[in-house]
Write a protein of this length. Sequence first.
Length: 367
Amino acid sequence: MISDRITIQSKGKIMFDKLDFITEKYNELSRLVSDPEVIGNQPLWQKHIKEMGEMEPIVKKYQEYRRAKSDIAEAKEMLEEGDEEMRELAKMEISELEEQIAQDEDELKILLLPKDPNDEKNVILEIRAGTGGEEAALFGADLLRMYTRYAERSRWKTELMDLNDTGLGGVKEAVMLIKGRGAYSRLKYESGAHRVQRVPETESSGRVHTSAATVAVLPEVDDVEVNLDPNDVRVDVYRASGNGGQCVNTTDSAVRLTHEPTGLVVTCQDEKSQIKNKDKAFKVLKARLYDLEMQKQQDEIAGQRKSQVGTGDRSERIRTYNFPQGRVSDHRIGMTIYKLESFLDGDIDEIIDGLITSDQAEKMKAF
């Protein structure tokens, strides 16, 4: 028990030492950004402003915490010196402040958690129909619409990079770029196998069928983050298929990239221009190579933490969409909501917030 108490105190001291250091650094940067010499050096000034922006939520919350600690010390003095009425008021204030301090400490722990360097990046989202034939492809189309609507609700921009449809409203495979601040931080929990249970329109007996689709969420990466040798990539061009206007089926506008060292293949035929298709295909290839490298690094970490929100394995079944019951169940956190229609219309924040909270709680155990 004593050793546990010492460990908790030690962790607390480390946390507050870190907060003091961040506050000192923030104050130092505040002075620097007002220095005429620094203002004259715009790249340096912008770098300092960005650092301050990242520290500001921590510094402000720490200031609130310290004010509450000061207020509680004054209230405790009133308990010893004041009359009966003042003592009662002091007791009420102390109770409220103790709750605030506990809440502030939890929020500070979350703010100090290591940031995922990819959180602010754009997203390349891939959807592939799995088992279930045409019904799986129809579910793939549902997922594509769901994420498109979610992006619209979040005021992010979307750009369809590749689409392989069935001609009957289904989607066998789709690749979409989602541009917006914090897109990856919200959508990264969507990677995995999504399962649907419903009665297909073609099913006369009313029997419920189960189909699946997989989702991969990749951060869009800069050229400097991926070492891609153009000599390792075979580029093939061919005539696009499907709906797309006059240029489709008449020019070799579609592009297929094959990364020979890994065997990764990327196709793009969404644009009428071969150059634009090639540019989009390279973006997807870079994101997949980056994701492959990140997966390797994670696999090499001994005793890798398996968090409640799952491993991010593409084959992991993460969610079930049950139409007869009108429910959506996320299996990683045991959360079920009964608003399937609005969920498929992009109202998915409730489950994403639950996943983020669960992930943060797991990480805080190490604090």
